[in-house]
Design a protein around this ligand. Sequence first.
Ligand code: SAM
Length: 246
Amino acid sequence: MGLAGYRRGANSSQEINPATATRDVRLRKSLSRFLLPRHSVFLDQMNWSARWLETVRRYSNCAQFAVREKMYSHLNGEYLGDGKKPIDYLEFGVYEGRSLAYWTALNAHPDSRFFGFDSFEGLPEGWNRENPVGSYNAEGKIPQIDDSRVQFVVGWFQKSLPPFLVSHRPKSPLVLHCDGDLYSSTLCSLASMDPWIVPGTLIIFDEFFDPVHEYRALEDYAAAYMRKYEVVAATRDFVQAAIKIT
Ligand SMILES: C[S@@+](CC[C@H](N)C(=O)[O-])C[C@H]1O[C@@H](n2cnc3c(N)ncnc32)[C@H](O)[C@@H]1O
């Protein structure tokens, strides 16, 4: 028997045997004292990289593009009626509005709706060495996008999503664009949006390449909410990727 989990007692299929659990915990404590006394981000990264690579290998035949704008056009044409049908597009992480503005131009249907979520104060935590806390701080400035179909929901996703969802009613096929960079921000947006996510929902990840942030959030969301997905498109080296809920 291994160390994973607290095993059930020998005479009962339901009860956890406290003596076995205690022995497991003590053994695990001694092992980590000698082998790995502190949590290792590096080991997390290595382990999740292996998992990321498995996903990338599984979907190596998906549609691939040199740049993200070409991937967006492909998604709009292949899955979203090429602008002839309305969509509900929700972007988590807007900053200066480049990707949001691109999508409004791509999907010109008058009934499409575009929601941009952002604090406009930058990342709430450090993402990596190059992007510390506060990176992408727009000093509270909301982008000027001259399109009445666009609405901004200002604030931290963790605070702004619950009240938004109280009154939000989906109207058209949903497209989610996760560009909050962080594990916490991405997991929060996916979990919050879960009631509206259905088979066929497209979700774009702008930093799919980072195994311990957006990718890990997707995997943890899928496990926690019993979701399955397939990768339908990616940019070179799976830097960005789009998945479809199946
Ligand atoms: C890389 S930028 C977005 C870039 C934009 N989508 C583009 O392509 O031009 C990341 C944005 O996510 C926002 N962000 C990250 N986590 C957030 C959170 N938990 N709540 C609100 N905004 C968040 C930051 O403020 C930042 O503007």
